[in-house]
Design a protein around this ligand. Structure first.
Ligand SMILES: Cc1cc2nc3c(=O)[nH]c(=O)nc-3n(C[C@H](O)[C@H](O)[C@H](O)COP(=O)(O)OP(=O)(O)OC[C@H]3O[C@@H](n4cnc5c(N)ncnc54)[C@H](O)[C@@H]3O)c2cc1C
Length: 471
């Protein structure tokens, strides 16, 4: 008997099902369409076709989203031309931190080149990617369908379909769970007799509060985005970025534990005033609010270790936030979703559809390996914050944390260090590039460690003309 056992459902032989039409699900569907004649993308929401808009399944879309260069490139490879389409609809391609007013834990980044980033509303990203993915003749969207469980072969060796709250089960040779942070995969697997995965969790109790503002063009403004980073001794920060080419900007306030940002009108501005630099408050003070503020509090790093289970069904994998999610402040979730899709593409490149189910366990392990660097970055940085819950850092991690604080100081103004640092942060280069002898010497020669929690001056390359030389 074959491992996938779709014998009772011949129509399922060439059929793959992806649960969840978020970034991870859409990219996985695009990859599977290279191998399967039919791919059904199942989504509980009914996404609007006419224009980008909010939908309840992606509540995080009301908060700042940044796509790092590696994610841009991988998504472009899967959906050629998509970057240009996003730009035509108002997305901005910038260099971070060069085009940003960015206060790191050490100091302002001072005109150094880092990495390309794409700034767009999450609604625009979702809508544009969905349109591109659904142009593929083999991919069909089944919207308004809540998946409620898996169908398994009676002997429990493989997954052969999906159950829904409404309607008949759907048979498939291969099923992907990409339902994000609310994934019920542990319970679904348990119902088929599989063990529950261990979970590793680090929670720095980071809160987001975000609000849209109208900010009119200002010829004196020399920056295209603003980021004030928090630090362990003052865990308050904020991001301000333009949304889709209009005068609409999104301000996201960030704070850990008791510093979690508020949503009330006055309190929102008060929090902005309390940051390490007054520039965000200056930008918002006279801006016109376009929405109430909304909060997001569930920001823990959480890794469900499906890859460690000693039994795993054929024909099923868990990808994206459903398997591993990160503190969003590092902006890695979408880029990791793209890395995972790329890993899936490579794993199935030479497989006939009938051989893909048996490769499920290998795919699961290979895909989750793509989360490793983003996980290390997020958790080791989070562990520097006193209230963080999670396994304590070992000695090596502590040494690395101290070194990374110096890297950040060096990256503020040294182009060579900045290039390497942003190569790693954008998930383009491996972390080992920061440990090459030349880089270590350069980093350790920077003695100015972060001491001052406040900064009110603009960095020279972003200073408004009135404050510039000769004024
Ligand atoms: C506040 C916040 C800010 C973030 N900022 C960034 C950032 O700047 N940069 C970045 O790269 N990442 C960021 N992320 C992470 C990013 O949003 C995700 O990591 C990324 O989109 C991948 O998510 P996903 O596709 O796995 O899941 P999701 O985006 O959560 O999508 C899951 C989909 O599954 C659907 N679904 C759920 N359950 C079911 C079901 N039972 N049946 C059918 N459909 C279902 C949902 O409706 C949804 O469409 C942020 C996250 C948060 C929370």
């Amino acid at each position: 008997m074959s491992d996938d056992d779709t014998d009772n459902h011949p129509e399922a032989h060439d059929h793959a099902v992806v649960l969840g039409a978020g970034i991870a699900g859409m990219l996985a569907a695009r990859v599977l369409a290279d191998r399967f004649a039919r791919v059904t993308l199942v989504e509980k929401d009914e996404p609007a076709e006419a224009a980008p808009s909010f939908r309840p399944g992606i509540p995080q879309s009301r908060h700042v989203h940044v796509l790092w260069s590696r994610g841009i490139r991988l998504i472009e490879e899967l959906l050629p031309g998509v970057t240009e389409k996003l730009r035509a609809r108002g997305a901005a391609l910038l260099n971070s931190p060069r085009d940003f007013l960015w206060l790191s834990p050490a100091d302002w980044f001072d005109g150094v080149d880092g990495s390309e980033i794409l700034l767009a509303s999450r609604e625009l990203l979702d809508w544009t990617l969905r349109r591109e993915v659904l142009r593929h003749e083999r991919i069909r969207l089944r919207a308004g369908s809540l998946a409620t469980g898996l169908v398994g072969r009676p002997d429990g060796r493989s997954v052969t379909g999906v159950e829904f709250r409404d309607g008949d089960p759907l048979a498939a040779r291969f099923v992907v769970d990409a339902t994000g942070r609310t994934s019920r995969a542990p319970a679904w697997l348990a119902a088929l007799g599989f063990p529950t995965p261990e979970t590793t969790r680090y929670d720095s109790h980071l809160g987001y509060s975000s609000r849209y503002f109208e900010i009119l063009p200002d010829p004196e403004r020399r920056w295209q985005g603003l980021y004030i980073q928090g630090r362990p001794d003052l865990p308050r920060g904020a991001v301000l970025i333009p949304q889709d080419g209009e005068d609409r900007w999104l301000a996201t306030l960030i704070g850990n534990g008791e510093h979690a940002p508020p949503t009330g009108d006055e309190e929102f501005l008060d929090f902005a005033r309390s940051l390490r630099s007054p520039v965000l408050h200056d930008a918002l003070r006279d801006a016109k609010p376009l929405s109430p503020a909304t909060a997001f509090r569930s920001t823990a790093n959480e890794w469900r270790h499906y890859e460690r289970l000693d039994r795993w069904p054929a024909g099923f994998v868990v990808l994206g936030d459903a398997a591993c999610r990160f503190n969003p402040v590092y902006g890695h979730g979408m880029t990791v979703a793209a890395l995972v899709a790329d890993a899936l593409r490579k794993e199935i490149a030479d497989l006939a559809p009938r051989d893909v189910p048996a490769a499920a366990r290998r795919i699961q392990r290979r895909a989750i390996a793509e989360a490793e660097v983003a996980w290390q970055i997020a958790t080791s940085e989070d562990m520097r914050y006193p209230g963080t819950e999670g396994p304590p850092p070992d000695r090596a991690t502590k040494v690395l944390q101290g070194y990374m604080a110096r890297v950040m100081v060096g990256a503020n103004a040294d182009q060579a260090i900045a290039g390497r640092f942003f190569g790693v942060l954008s998930l383009t280069a491996p972390p080992t590039t920061l440990l090459s002898p030349g880089t270590v010497v350069r980093v350790l020669s920077k003695w100015r460690l972060p001491t001052s929690p406040t900064a009110d001056a603009y960095p020279p390359h972003h200073a408004p003309p009135a404050a510039g030389p000769g004024s």
